[in-house]
Write a protein that binds this ligand. Structure first.
Ligand code: NAD
Length: 367
């Protein structure tokens, strides 16, 4: 457990001080950042996820196990998940556990659907069995929409029909959540508020996943090689991981007080954060310094959307959500963390300082 000297000035996170929060996927990239913030905010956290499968991983590097009550379990196992959730009696549940890689979903569609769809069903079933839960946020993705390769951003009312098995499984997770909300969590005294958050591509320190642009950039630069881009013109909404993670927490806190907010929300950057892969790689090379560089290689992979932008008007209007860090800042923070890691520096201290800087910038933006 974290001691008082490491607590952040919680500000908008005040809600979480002393509250029990159940997080699935705490051993993953986003989960590790989320749990670090929650522990610093003074929450009591139980994490439920598979053990980290490969080295290095942020869960181990950030010593998340010291900050949370960590349970290694599978979301496909309803009984185990339910037992662990109900015994902990959380007020807030944040569901991040998923198989999140598009390419892996082509290799293992059955496993991807089992985890991402039945995992959601199981999580919501477990919530039904626990009277203490007031607020649930299911983390999905910007890829839940039918991709029409159009320039305008997708809004929450657009058709849910992700193309590949990963994206499609997340569309299904959205539908499952909407059905549970209508069927079992309709606004009534004591019913939890259940929302989904559809976030764009995130970047940040400690992501070691394959087939993600910034981890590929860091690996190439560290090896002194050119970054190899398959689709430099693909446009995606990019954000630093702290932007959506703070948005999930904000949403969870707000709907606990006002269950009428329970809904689906796009969480993404402004238009300037929707950049091509080539632009992102250029920002990375500038931030990393010489001899970082990138080159185009022929695309050998399965279908990936060429153009994807989110319309985040609703989250802005209803929740007051605003991105805090620009894509340039997000890249610079990722480079800072990666260089700290590669030089065997203190990555925990780097994360705590970045969370502090983000919180300060967030507060400044709010004034
Ligand atoms: N990283 C991104 O750019 C991005 C963008 C949009 C949405 N998301 C979503 O955010 C969430 C977290 O993504 P991430 O980038 O941290 O991924 P990650 O791969 O780093 O973490 C995934 C987590 O899910 C857990 N998990 C996987 N299968 C499980 C199972 N069967 N049972 C229990 N736990 C299981 C893993 O152990 C890990 O803790 C996912 O739901 C993902 O779809 C990520």
């Amino acid at each position: 457990m974290i001691d008082d000297r490491n607590r952040i000035d919680a500000g908008p996170l005040d809600f979480f001080r002393g509250r029990r929060v159940f997080v699935t996927g705490h051993t993953g990239f986003k989960g590790a950042w989320l749990c670090t913030i929650l522990a610093q905010a003074g929450a009591e956290v139980r994490g439920y996820a598979l053990a980290p499968e490969s080295e290095p991983n942020l869960y181990t590097l950030a010593r998340v196990d010291r900050r949370v009550d960590s349970v290694f379990g599978d979301v496909r196992d309803l009984d185990r998940l339910s037992r662990n959730l109900t015994a902990f009696r959380p007020e807030v549940v944040l569901h991040l556990a998923a198989q999140p890689i598009v390419r892996t979903s082509y290799e293992d569609p059955v496993g991807t659907y089992a985890t991402n769809v039945m995992g959601t069903v199981n999580l919501l079933e477990a919530v039904r069995r626990c009277a203490d839960v007031r607020s649930v946020v299911n983390v999905t993705t910007d890829k839940v929409y039918r991709n029409l390769e159009r320039r305008e951003g997708y809004a929450e009312t657009d058709v849910l029909d992700g193309h590949d098995p990963y994206s499609n499984s997340k569309s299904c997770s959205e539908l499952v959540t909407a059905s549970y909300r209508r069927s079992f969590f309709a606004p009534a005294a004591g019913a939890p508020a259940v929302s989904t958050a559809r976030a764009g591509n995130v970047i940040g320190g400690g992501d070691f996943a394959r087939d993600r642009i910034l981890p590929d950039c860091v690996r190439a630069a560290a090896a002194g090689e050119a970054v190899r881009l398959r689709n430099p013109d693909s446009v995606r909404p990019y954000q630093h991981v702290l932007d959506p993670v703070f948005a999930y927490l904000d949403l969870a806190a707000r709907q606990a007080g006002d269950p009428s907010l329970a809904d689906s929300y796009n969480i993404g950057p402004d238009d300037e954060g929707c950049v091509s892969t080539g632009t992102l790689a250029t920002l990375f090379c500038e931030s990393w310094g010489a001899p970082a560089r990138w080159e185009i290689v022929p695309s050998d992979g399965p279908h990936e959307a060429g153009f994807l932008r989110l319309d985040c008007t609703k989250a802005r209007r209803v929740l007051g959500f605003r991105p805090t860090w620009s894509v340039g800042e997000a890249v610079a923070r990722t480079v800072e963390w990666s260089k700290t890691y590669l030089s065997h520096g203190d990555v925990e201290a780097c994360m705590e300082s970045q969370i502090g800087a983000f919180t300060a910038d967030c507060a400044e933006g709010a004034t």
